[in-house]
Design a protein around this ligand. Structure first.
Ligand code: GLC
Ligand code: MG
Length: 589
């Protein structure tokens, strides 16, 4: 989420050297498991496709569009939460982990979705939200009533009495992700409970073995329904520091990053983020996944981890020499580095360094440029850089992740204060809400140029459409001779057919200030070279500066929308002119 990611320290970067060497190892066998070169595609179910005309996306809507994903070349679709929820945080507040939100459909609809996906050879991954439940969950209600077995299901505390005023105060100064104290007083139980996110999202107590067991049951339940794995939500906040000998929690230190005392970034958050116990819990979940596969057969069930944390912490999720962890902790560096330093070849290089130079040997990288918590990639990097960014995600080694609409170049929608839905924004005020709102990237998916972009037949959709839908949509981009969508598809096709991209070594660098260059190579296969001019002016580059082993000419395979070069034509390696924002995928065959 936005406010958490700002905390990522930069000290680790100081350790990084130049990355001009061939960094990843070349696999000779070429056998990779399905997820290692997969195209993951994130669906935000509320905004993907509405089948029943209520203005809200749903499961039958998704099922009706699975062929689109197949056509796109997607390997596995990850669905943001579809479980029963009062929708305070749009499904990330779950009141029943074992059922489907009625607005989205039924268990039968879910089974039909899985069936259709299986027929098409698509994998479905669900969102696992382990840190918290909704306050409407039965577990929480029982815990409030101190029912046997549920007394310590959540993080309860008496708070402390202020010596001067004699009044009761929260146990610590900890802040939640959506502004204000992370502690909420409960009248009925006469205690505070912890919530790292909204008041309606009480944190589960992972020091209670019953909670651990219940959440493993959640994993098994959905594995039994045929899902291919999970994206695990908000992992860094799973555990908090333990209380001291007197049962008191320490206060967090002030960070100095902002004066806004309600903003989580006001504090350092060392005590309630990135705890070691969280890593171990992931290893336990991995065992659940592996056991399931061993018992029931079939393909590897994967764990993808959401973590905005320093590399030293994030990399531990992969596991270590003696234990397997998550298959893929999400790599958000392509989002966070340009956010700190601006979009440039050097911030992209730093982002790539951050992952590849820190990743333990033998693990698989992954590349992410957007999700439902971030502004749209086309808006953040600029529409003119969108193809370049999609190319970077697809040409670098490992798995690629696409957030719905990135293949089209969808931009942020503008949402008025009156239409604002996101709790991260609603908990602020009309003057500052846009700084916090995640609604702009959650507007309905754009299928056509017609009513509600073909998303819904309703008179009003749950969020208004982004204004560019008449030109940026699947129908228009499929009909056009050239489009972001078509470029995206060519990239997926290249990844699927190129042994070099699947198994090759990787070399990358910045050339001529603002051109990011990647070379992938594998003996016996054509080399693939990506050049992306992320600068705002045209430039002629000499690729000899990057790599002296390249041939004198390279063949153009795929070009960005803003390129006027001819595909299939040869271009001089030592005098390659690039327009602003122009990005090319070239090959030596
Ligand atoms: C994750 C989700 C975000 C949600 C939060 C609380 O960061 O991606 O959307 O608000 O967790 O569950
Ligand atoms: Mg609907």
């Amino acid at each position: 989420m936005q406010s958490l990611q700002v905390l990522i320290p930069v000290f680790c970067l100081a350790l990084l050297g130049q990355a001009c060497q061939d960094t990843t190892t070349t696999t000779t066998t070429g056998t990779k498991d399905w997820w290692q070169n997969a195209q993951f595609y994130q669906i935000y179910p509320r905004s993907f496709m509405d089948s029943d005309g209520d203005g809200i996306g749903d499961l039958n809507g998704i099922t009706s569009k699975l062929e689109y994903l197949k056509d796109l070349g997607v390997t596995a679709a990850w669905l943001s939460p579809i479980f029963t929820s009062p929708m305070v945080d749009f499904g990330y507040d779950i009141s029943d982990f074992f059922d489907i939100q009625p607005e989205y459909g039924t268990m039968d609809d879910f089974r039909a979705l899985i069936k259709k996906a299986n027929e098409l050879g698509l994998k479905i991954i669900l969102d696992f939200v382990p840190n918290h439940s909704s306050d409407e969950n039965e577990w929480f209600k029982k815990s409030v009533r101190r029912e046997k077995g549920y007394e310590d299901f959540y993080m309860w505390h008496d708070g402390k009495v202020n010596a001067e005023t004699g009044k009761r105060e929260p146990p610590s100064n900890w802040l939640q992700g959506f502004r204000g104290s992370a502690w909420q007083w409960n009248e009925e139980r006469q205690q505070y409970y912890l919530h790292q996110f909204a008041v309606q999202q009480p944190d589960l107590n992972y020091r209670n073995p019953d909670v651990v067991a219940q959440m493993k049951r959640v994993l098994r339940y959905w594995l039994n329904e045929g899902v291919a794995g999970f994206r695990c939500d908000a992992l860094p906040v799973l555990f908090e520091v333990e209380p001291d000998a007197n049962g008191q929690y320490a206060d967090e230190e002030v960070s100095g990053l902002t004066d806004d005392k309600d903003d989580r970034n006001y504090l350092k958050m060392d005590l309630i983020e990135n705890r070691p116990e969280t890593i171990d819990m992931t290893y336990q979940w991995r065992t659940v996944m592996d056991d399931h596969q061993r018992i029931y057969g079939g393909d590897t069930r994967v764990l993808l981890i959401e973590t905005y944390a320093p590399p030293a912490y994030t990399m531990q999720f992969y596991g270590n020499r003696s234990v397997e962890g998550a298959h893929l902790p999400f790599n958000f560096n392509l989002i966070t580095e340009p956010a700190k330093k601006g979009v440039s070849a050097s911030s992209i290089k730093t982002a790539v360094d951050n992952w590849l130079l820190n990743m333990p040997a033998g693990r698989t990288a992954n590349w992410v440029i957007g999700n439902h918590d971030q502004r749209r990639s086309a808006s953040r990097y600029g529409v003119s850089n969108l193809d370049a960014m999609n190319m970077i995600v697809m040409i670098l080694p490992g798995a690629s992740v696409t957030y719905q609409g990135e293949e089209l170049g969808m931009i942020d929608g503008w949402i008025s204060w009156a239409d604002t839905q996101d709790p991260a924004a609603c908990n602020s005020n009309q003057e500052i809400y846009e700084k916090f709102s995640r609604d702009p990237s959650r507007t309905p998916f754009q299928w056509t140029s017609g009513l509600n972009a073909g998303f819904s037949t309703a008179s009003k959709t749950w969020l208004p459409l982004a204004e560019d839908y008449k030109t940026t949509n699947v129908e228009t981009e499929s009909a056009a001779a050239r489009s972001h969508l078509k470029i995206y598809k060519s990239l997926v096709e290249l990844r699927k057919s190129s042994k070099t991209l699947q198994n090759g070594a990787t070399k990358y660098d910045v050339v001529s200030e603002n051109v990011f260059v990647v070379k992938r190579s594998l003996s016996g296969s054509p080399r693939i070279i990506l050049v992306a001019n992320l600068g705002s002016r045209g430039i002629t580059i000499n690729l000899d500066q990057f790599d002296t082993t390249l041939p004198t000419h390279l063949t153009l395979k795929i070009r960005s929308l803003n390129s006027s070069k001819a595909e299939g034509a040869l271009f001089e390696t030592n005098g390659l002119s690039l327009a602003a924002g122009e990005a090319l995928v070239l090959s030596d065959s």
